[in-house]
Design a protein around this ligand. Structure first.
Ligand code: ATP
Ligand code: MG
Length: 450
């Protein structure tokens, strides 16, 4: 989910909590609270924060004390210290005591955002990542086996599959299942970084390397040293960046923008793509040599429609998750909703199913989600196939086709309903219901006087 709810406590004694600098954090969906030099400790022990930003000059509290108190708390939020020239020594002492970072005034919005974003990006999840990957289909079992096998090695992994199939989830499972699990897990979305900034994003830059490079900046490779670097949507990287990436993979060293000195690096690479890289190679959009470097261990994530056995498990999992998140007692789905969800083709895969469940939990005011709660969702494009099933759009012809197909398969299965239902990809119950309905309609037709 893209929802971001990380909470930040800012200790700065600033009367005006609408301070421009911190507004930017709110705009990025961080929850931000303020405290002066007196209440901070009370807040820290009574509420839960993921990060504390302390302006030690303004709040007049010793940074080391804040770090020490934060460490005593079970969730142990990280501390970023903001210092002025006069307090720089105290900030360095706070760093030595275990502060996450310190920043010196004047602070630019971008600088603050980068530091905060980077902290949350590198932060380890609170629980093991294997627990939240659902799947019992043969295809997913195969994926899990691959994950376990590759996690122990340092081999480069290429995870490919349609959008929303869980590529990022699998990448993090590899990292957190690997001997590097205590090192950083750093992600970069190759599609989101503009070409002009891509090199600095990956390799960092030195102050003055280009206009706007006002201070040294670490690149993703440096941040991921001794850990794992996830290159998301790697097919979107420009050809010139591909050449630079290839070099790091071969030489295991890189140069920062603006400094010719090579820096050695120890990083495990995981790349993801929802494009077919072989086609990209054929059409000269992706370097063949880089493709082979990345494709050392390929892992394919099958689309959800090819692993329908996982759908009921995922429905259950997301129902629990969103019932809990929305403070609702365990909500369930009616059988016809489950049937419709089983039959749907999911162009957006697991992410789409997750959103469908989340939205219906929010809409549903009862204990059971029924087709009417999904109407809203299914009438929206592109849910074409499901439209016909759930919303009552007159669709005689399609129903006719469906009926014919059902009878055909039943005949092929010598009337064995369980077998026929399996081949049709529906539950035996749905098949029985349909047959009962057809029988009713047929006998009605036969009895209707013309
Ligand atoms: N097997 C699974 N079990 C539980 N949740 C899953 C599973 N697969 C995917 N999800 C959830 O579906 C959403 C999409 O997953 P993820 O971001 O890993 O997909 P992706 O393949 O990287 O998609 P994209 O190509 O669009 O980046 C996430 O919220 C993820 O937690
Ligand atoms: Mg992804």
């Amino acid at each position: 989910m893209t929802k971001r709810e990380q909470s930040i406590l800012i200790i700065n004694d600033e009367k005006n909590s609408n301070n421009e600098l911190f507004k930017t954090l709110r705009e990025r969906n961080y929850q931000v609270e303020f405290s002066n030099g007196e209440q901070w400790h009370q807040l820290l022990i009574t509420r839960t924060y993921d990060l504390v930003i302390a302006d030690i000059q303004l709040c007049g509290v010793d940074g080391m004390k804040i770090v020490a108190e934060a460490r005593k708390i079970k969730t142990s939020p990280a501390v970023i210290v903001i210092a002025s020239d006069a307090t720089i020594k105290a900030a360095v002492a706070a760093m030595k005591a275990g502060a996450y970072n310190y920043m010196t005034k004047p602070i630019k919005k971008e600088e603050l955002l980068t530091t905060v974003d980077q902290y949350f990006m590198q932060r380890k999840p609170k629980s093991s990542n294997f627990k939240n990957i659902i799947g019992k289909s043969t295809k997913m079992k195969h994926v899990f086996e691959m994950v376990e096998t590759v996690a122990n090695s340092k081999a480069t992994v290429l995870i490919y599959g349609e959008s929303g199939t869980g590529k990022e989830l699998i990448a993090s499972a590899i990292h957190y299942g690997s001997p590097r699990k205590d090192g950083p897990f750093v992600k970069t979305n190759c599609a989101a970084v503009p070409e002009t900034l891509a090199e600095s994003e990956l390799f960092g830059h030195e102050k003055g390397a280009f206009t706007g490079a006002i201070k040294d900046a670490k690149g993703r490779f440096e941040l991921a040293d001794n850990g794992t670097l996830l290159l998301d949507e790697v097919s979107e990287m420009s050809l010139s960046m591909q050449a630079k990436l290839l070099r790091v993979l071969q030489e295991k060293e890189y140069e920062k923008v603006g400094n010719p000195k090579s820096v050695p690096v120890n990083v495990r690479i995981i790349a993801t793509t929802n494009k077919d890289l072989k086609t990209e190679v054929k059409e000269n959009r992706f370097r063949e040599d880089l493709y082979y470097r990345l494709n050392v261990v390929p892992i394919h994530l099958p689309p959800l429609r090819e692993r329908k056995q996982d759908i009921p498990l995922l429905i259950d999992y997301f129902l629990k998750k969103y019932s809990c998140e929305n403070n609702r007692n365990n909500i369930s789905c009616s059988d016809d909703v489950i049937d419709a969800l089983m039959e749907y083709h999911y162009p957006g895969n697991v992410r789409e199913l997750e959103h469908l469940i989340e939205r219906s939990v929010v809409i549903c005011r009862e204990k059971v989600i029924r087709p009417k709660h999904l109407d809203v969702l299914f009438t929206e494009k592109p849910y074409t196939k499901a439209n016909i099933k759930v919303v009552n759009i007159p669709a005689e012809t399609l129903e006719e086709v469906e009926k014919k197909q059902i009878y055909k398969i039943l005949k092929q299965c010598n009337g064995n309903k369980t077998l026929a239902a399996r081949r049709l990809g529906i539950t035996a119950r749905t098949l029985r219901n349909k047959l009962t309905r057809y029988n009713g309609e047929d006998s009605k037709k036969n009895n209707d006087p013309e």
